[in-house]
Design a protein around this ligand. Structure first.
Ligand code: FAD
Length: 341
């Protein structure tokens, strides 16, 4: 058969990394990315992009750990190469601090990040309101650089990218053999997934180049993540809120919370406010589906619903999605015609 044509819907960190893994895994496929938005207008452009996993209650921990490990290993290699600054990938060290000692002192990802250890009494003196803390080094993906770097790599391998809103996956049937759904929160409408819901997050991006270490309150709500040019201050987690408008009261609250963790931020300048919708689900939807309209079939691979942890697991889930695409290609090759699938 001719080269299988694959359409990836979505150009966020999930769509672009999935497209790249498909090119790497199935070099015989012709891959096209279709998306109504590209960087700097994706959820990842709002995110801090720090590799600290979020837990998906519906996914076994060993699977989540595998996704995180694959992502960490992939980005660590980039951070340790000449590509690092263009790709916006860098190591960052810091502290996760708790007001009371957590039940789980060793999170499942503690042996994937570097140098994980309890904080010393001397270190904890920096955080007089906190009793316990963990120090470690992890990775951070700065956006837009990381998404632009992925786009550049895709274009270099011949992947086409078009701005297009897809209202129904069946629109793509006449032109593509396999459709990969990486629409993030857009999948709520695109495939009518009622299990997918937004968790609104508001953050501030500030100029404070003296802040070099990350600080994360153990509840995950307040955080300070230094990037290459800006420091991300967060945040909020508002379930089922679809509003993309910044709230001025929330901006002040975030700023005050971050200043109480890192008082030097009082002098931060050029404060920009951003809002994004985390595409949240009990578990990431990472599966093959065969859609039917009578005798006609459409092969679909879903990869969406990464919630608060898309950066932390993107490469691992993209690899799995590419493996599912490979299965679809084998099924196509095994059938004498698409109608028989
Ligand atoms: P998106 O980036 O939303 O991409 C979806 C793409 O699909 C877009 O290009 C969109 O235009 C396209 N699309 C949607 N519907 C259609 C359609 N019908 N037709 C065509 N195209 C369509 N994660 C971490 O790991 N670490 C962090 O530090 C972190 N911090 C965060 C902070 C905030 C404030 C927020 C909001 C999120 C944070 N996240 C973090 C989560 C992370 O940003 C997301 O999990 C990730 O960006 C989701 O990527 P995505 O590609 O699935 O979605």
């Amino acid at each position: 058969m001719a080269a299988p044509k694959v359409a990836v819907v979505g150009a966020g960190v999930i769509g672009l990394s999935t497209a790249l893994c498909i090119v790497e895994t199935c070099p015989s496929c012709s891959v096209t990315v279709l998306s109504d938005q590209f960087s700097p207008n994706t959820t990842g452009d709002v995110a801090a992009g720090v590799l600290i996993p979020h837990t998906y209650p519906g996914t076994p921990i060993h699977v989540q750990k595998q996704w995180f490990k694959e992502t960490f290993t992939y980005l660590f290699a980039i951070s340790n190469s000449a590509e690092a600054s263009e790709a916006g990938i860098h190591l960052v060290s810091g502290w996760q601090v708790f007001k009371s000692t957590p039940k789980e002192k060793l999170p499942f990802w503690s042996d994937v990040v570097l140098g994980f250890r309890p904080m010393s009494e001397a270190e904890l003196q920096k955080f007089p309101q906190h009793q316990f803390g963990q120090a470690f080094t992890t990775l951070k993906c700065d956006c837009p650089p990381y998404l632009l770097w992925l786009e550049k790599r895709l274009k270099a391998t011949g992947v086409q990218m078009y701005t297009r809103k897809v209202a129904d996956l069946w629109e793509l049937h006449s032109k593509y053999d396999i459709v990969v759904n990486c629409a993030g929160i857009g999948a709520h409408q695109l495939v009518g997934d009622k299990k997918l819901f937004p968790v609104r997050g508001q953050v501030l991006k500030v100029h404070a180049p003296w802040v070099k270490n990350f600080i994360r309150d153990g509840d995950g709500l307040t955080y300070i993540y230094p990037g290459i040019h800006r420091v991300t201050l967060g945040g909020t987690r508002e379930k089922e809120s679809w509003s993309l408008s910044p709230d001025p009261g929330t901006t002040k609250d975030i700023f005050d919370r971050c200043c109480s963790l890192e008082p030097s931020l009082q002098k931060a300048q050029d404060i920009k406010v951003k809002v994004g919708l985390r595409p949240s689900r009990h578990s990431v939807r990472l599966q093959r589906e065969i859609l039917s309209q009578g005798e006609v079939k459409l092969l679909v691979v879903h990869n969406y619903g990464h919630g608060a942890g898309g950066f932390s697991v993107h490469r691992g889930t993209a690899k799995e999605a590419a493996r599912l695409v490979e299965e679809c290609v084998r099924a196509l090759r095994g059938s004498s015609s698409r109608a028989k699938l």
